[in-house]
Design a protein around this ligand. Structure first.
Ligand SMILES: Cc1ncc(COP(=O)(O)O)c(C=O)c1O
Length: 354
């Protein structure tokens, strides 16, 4: 099956964990100028090693963590989806196994399928955390070449404690342990990033993206930080000149304005926390979230709830374990529309049941 979150033309779009704010007009103008400059030399292939971009991504991560990263420790591609595919191409393949812990990001088994890597799924606890003992047992049993774990996890929003990450890296020294931090910028205060473990674990990869907190899903730029040898392995499998000159130009402008690009993150985190409280006050089950989305439930017929919300102009995502639904955090107006629509739908349901 191809990836297929419904792209329906509804007024309130809260289904694919985008942020609701695009770049400001001033930044968009600077991007347009950078694209114009790049366009005048599009007869030439782009910088195959995207050196300027790697340098700026390393600087961005360095500012976040307070540790220095070398440009050679950074790899980038067209979205973290492509970055992950590179990792599967480099380290997976026939006769090799990749493991993760369900429920988790729906694309992982597809990267495995595309690279003919055996896919094995362990399970998360009822609060969606990864239990160290059962994770280590699965690793001992499967001897995987790759371990793929988002933190915060999609679709549950669950972040991984660093002790779990360290234990996995130690338990699988010949595997590449990928912590997919696509949503890391939204994590709650006090939740750590696995970036801080890179200095001590040579087999750790921390993937990030500009699609989420940076609000650049349309630009397609994902990246990871890891040991140089891992970046070099990705260089071997990438197609030549995979990052276009225009993509590089746009990403560089966004990084130059990182604080402004990320200025709405705190507001989105606060909106998320308010939504969690509101859903819980309404008697629903809600997973703790360190991301820009919330998983809530549980419903006997989640499809009926999803459809009833669509009928009211609100598109959310029918994903995750049976009975649960996921909603991305939008503008205050969009969240008001979501709450109004959900209240109506749940009241109607209560009336029908009474
Ligand atoms: C956990 C996770 N990883 C990676 C991605 C891919 O993002 P992109 O390819 O836009 O960087 C997503 C997108 O939803 C995601 O949820």
């Amino acid at each position: 099956m191809p990836y297929g979150a419904p792209q329906l033309d509804l007024p309130v779009q809260l289904n694919v964990n985008e942020v609701p704010y695009g770049p400001s007009p001033a930044i968009a103008e600077e991007m347009a100028r950078a694209v114009f400059d790049a366009a005048t030399t599009l007869n030439r292939y782009p910088d195959r090693e995207f050196t300027a971009l790697r340098t700026e991504l390393a600087a961005y991560l360095g500012r976040e963590t307070g540790t220095a990263f070398a440009p050679e420790q950074i790899w980038a591609a067209n979205g973290s989806n492509e970055v992950m595919l590179h990792l599967l191409q480099a380290f997976g393949g026939p006769g090799r196994t990749a493991v993760s812990f369900a429920p988790t990001y729906s694309m992982y088994p597809e990267y495995a399928r595309d690279t003919m890597t055996t896919w094995v799924e362990g399970h998360r606890a009822s609060d969606f955390s990864v239990e160290t003992a059962s994770a280590l047992a699965l690793i001992a049993e499967q001897a995987p070449s790759l371990v793929l774990l988002p933190s915060p996890n999609n679709p549950t929003g669950t972040a991984l404690p660093l002790e779990v990450v360290s234990a996995l890296c130690d338990a699988a020294p010949s595997a590449v342990v990928v912590i997919d931090e696509a949503y890391a910028e939204f994590r709650r205060t006090g939740t750590p990033s696995a970036l801080t473990l890179l200095a001590t674990h040579r087999n750790l990869v921390v993937a990030r993206t500009m699609s989420k907190a940076f609000g650049l899903a349309g630009a397609r730029l994902g990246y990871f930080a890891a040991a140089r040898e891992i970046c070099d392995a990705a260089r071997i499998v990438r197609l030549p000149y995979h990052l276009s000159a225009t993509t590089q130009a746009v990403a560089l402008v966004a990084l130059r304005h990182a604080p402004e690009m990320l200025a709405r993150v705190d507001e989105l985190r606060a909106e998320r926390d308010r939504l969690v409280d509101w859903l819980r006050a309404g008697g629903l089950r809600v997973a703790d979230s360190d991301a820009n989305f919330v998983l809530f439930g549980t419903f006997d017929n989640r499809h009926a709830i999803w459809q009833a919300l669509c009928d009211r102009g609100v598109l959310i995502r029918e994903t995750g374990p049976d009975g649960w639904l996921r909603v991305s955090i939008g503008t205050p107006m969009e969240m008001t529309a979501f709450r109004k629509a959900l209240s109506e739908v749940l009241d109607l349901r209560a009336e029908e049941e009474a």
